[in-house]
Design a protein around this ligand. Sequence first.
Ligand SMILES: *Cc1c(COP(=O)(O)O)cnc(C)c1O
Length: 814
Amino acid sequence: MIVQIKNIVPILQAKWLANHSETTIETISIDSRSLQNGSNTLFFALVGPNNDGHDYISALIEEGVQNFVVTYIPQNLENKSNFFVVEDTLKSLQLFAAYYRNLYHFPIIGVTGSNGKTIVKEWLNFLLSPDFNIIRSPKSYNSQVGVPLSVLAINEKHNFGIFEAGISTRNEMEKLEKIIQPTIGILTNIGSAHDEGFSNIGEKIKEKLKLFKNVSVLIYNKNKTIDSFLNPTINTFSWSCTDHHADVFIVTKSILDKTILKIKIQNNNFEIKIPFRDDASIENAIHCMMVMLYLEYDYKTIETRMELLFPVEMRLKLKNGINNTTLIDDSYSSDFQSLKIALDFLESQKQHKKKTLILSDIFQSGLSNEDLYSGVSQLIISNKINRVIGIGETISKYKSKFSNCTTFANTEEFIANLNVLNLNNETILIKGARTFHFEKIVSALEEKTHETVLEINLNAISHNLNFYKAKLKPETKIMVMVKAFGYGNGGFEIAKLLEHHKVSYLGVAFADEGISLKTAGIHLPIMVLNPENTSFEAIIHHHLEPEIYSLKGLKTFLKVAEQKKLYHFPIHIKFDTGMHRLGFEEENIEELISVLKENKSVTVKSILSHMATSDDIKHRDFAISQIDLFDKFSSKLMNELQIKPIRHILNTSGISNFPEAQYDMVRLGIGLYGVSNDVEEQKYLENVGTLKSIISQIRTIDAGESVGYGRRFIAEKTTKIATIPIGYADGISRLWGNGLGFVTINDQKATIVGSICMDMLMVDVSEIICKEGDQVIIFGESPTVTFMAEQLQTIPYEILTSVSQRVKRVFYRE
Ligand SMILES: *Cc1c(COP(=O)(O)O)cnc(C)c1O
C-alpha cells in the first residue's frame, strides 16, 4: 500500500493537523510494541476497555513514527507529528479499510459461521492457489480490528480474496460487510459458540446473514431454520446430505481414515475422496468443494486437489529446543502477512537476546520476487533478527538481500548441516510453507521428552486477564499471582506474557520463585508473600519486594536493610483481618507505626490483607467485616505515617463479588488460569491448560480377565483396553481411577479402569474408534479441572498445581 497522507483526511472523516504533509503511508499499525512501526506507518490509537493507544504515542514518536489517528492529541505533542483527529479511531480504521477495499475489483469470498471459518479459508487457499494470486486473512484475523487489517494488506497483484468474519454480538456484521464486500458468501454452520451476545438463535442467524447482503451467491448447508431467515431474492448454491431439494446432494461413506463423498449435481454424479473422517472436516471440505463447483472447475481437478487436503495447524507453538534454545513453531504456513504476525509474536516471547529466523520460500505474495524479498528483508531488519536461515531455491537466489544469512536448497540439506550451524541460547522462529515439511526441522531441534504434555493456551490467558480487567476501574492496578509455577501452568513464559500486557506486579510465594523469574529476565516488580528471614539477603540482591507480616520479620529485615545502607527499599505490609494465616494484628499497629516512623531504609509500597471467604455468599458478612477491618487498619497506618501506598485485598473471587473493595490494586490468581469459583462467570473464561498424552498400547481382554495392580477391574465381557503413559507421579490422583474418572479420546469418554499406576493408567476403549499413538486428553475442555475437583472432593487449585514438573509444558498461541 502506498497512500499520500493528505488524501486520506476525508476517508477517515478526520480533522488534520499536519507537520509534514508530503509523507506517504506504507503500513498500518495498531500495536505500539511492534518493531515494524516506522516513519511510513499510520498508527491508529485504538481505545479498548484495558488499553489506550494514546498512551504510547509519545514513545512511538521517539521511535520515529510520524502519523497518528487519534481522538485527541496528547499533551505537549501538538507539533511533534501528523495527527488525524477523529471521533472514534476504530471506526476510522474500518472506514479506511472499506475505502481501500473499494479500489479493487476481483472476486472475494466472505466466510462466516460458528466453526470452521479458518480451516475453510486455508483449504480454499490451497485448492485455488494454482490458479489465482490470493489474499486471505492471516491466522484467524476475523474481528472488528482483524478484518480491516487483513483487507488493508491487499495489493495490486492479487486477483482473488478470502476473508473470514467473526462476530460475538449484535450490530457487528454490518461493519464487517462494508469492509469485506464479499462477492461469494459461505456460511459454514451455526453452533452455540458465543451465544452470550445474542438473545436467541434467530437473532444470531440474522446477524450472520448480514455478511451476505450483496453477494452474487451464498453457499451453505441447506437447513430449514436458515432458509426461514434468508432474503428470498438472494441467489444460493446449497448442499445437503439429507434434503434432496438442495442444489448438490451428497452421500458420505467413511473407510478407515478416509471419507468418500458421492456427489449428485443436476444429473451428474461423481466421487471424491478426502483424507478425514470426522464430521467437522467433512463439512468444511464440502464447503470448499462447493466453491470449486461454483467456479466451474471440472470434476477431475476437484477430485485430485481435494484428496490432498491436510490438517491445518493454526497455532504458533512455543517449545523448548536443544542447546537452550526456544522454538516458535509456525511450520505450516509461509506468506508475508503471517510472517509479520509471527515476528511480532517472536518479539513478545523472545527468551534470549539472539533471534534467528528459519524461513522457506514464500508463495503467493502477489508481488514480484524482487519486491517480496526486499520487503521481507526490511521486516527482518526492523525486527532486529540476528540471523536468517533461508531454505528453498528462490530465497537462496535472494540471499544477498539479507545480512548474516545462510541458505540451503531444501530441508534435508539444512538438517544434514545442523551441527555446523551451532544453534544455541537463542529464540528461533521456524516458518515455512507446507511443502517444505518444516515439521522435520522442529522435530530435529526439539528437546525430547515423553509424550505427556501440558499445553498452555497463551491467548486464553490474555483473554482471561482482559475479562477481569474489564471488571475493574480503569485506574485499578493488577498484581497477578504466579506462585507455584503459575498455578502449575508455567512460571517464566506466563510472567513474560504478563509483562507484555503491562500488569503492575507479580506475586510469588517464596523467594526462590521470584529469583528464578528475575534471573530469567523478568523486569516487573515481584512481591514475595512468604519471605523467610534467611532469604532477605537474596531478596534484596534480586530486587524482590518482601511482604512483611510480623514485627519480628520487620525488625530482621530492617537490620539487613540498615547493614546494606538501603534507602527506601520497597516492602509490603500485610494485616490479618480474619484469615488468621499471616499478618499484623490490631494490637501490633502502634508498635508497627513507631518502628516505621522516621525509618528511611524501607518504604511501605503497599498494604494488603487476604480474604477467607470471598468466593462464598454464605459468608458475605464475614467478608465485609474483613474489608472494614482492612479499611480501618490501613487508614490508621497511612494517617500516622503520612503515606499513600497501594492498598489491595481482593483475590479472583473478590474481584467478582466485592467490586467496591478494589482499592488501588487487586491480586488475580486462579481466574487468569481459566477457573472461576462461580458457575456463571466460568462461561466467560477460556480454558488455559490441556493435559495430553497418547495411547501407548491397545489390547483386547476376555470376560473374567483383570487389569492392573490388585486386579481391581475384572472385565464382564470382551473389553478393549488402552494404556496411557501418565500416572500418579505425574499428578493424577489415584482416587481418579477404578471407574470414577475418565479421559477423552477422539471426542469420546473412556473410563479409567483398575488402579492408576505410578506412570501409567488404563482405560476402556471398547466403544471408541482409536489406535495406538492417538491423542488422549486427561483434562482441559473435558473433563474440566473443575469437574475433576468436584468428583475428587477437592478444589481446582490442587489439581492444577499437582501436575508434576516432569510433564513438559508447551505454550501456544492460536
Ligand atoms: C494465592 C493468593 C491470591 C490469589 O488467589 P486466587 O483465589 O487464586 O485469585 C491472592 N492473594 C494472596 C495473598 C494469595 O496467597
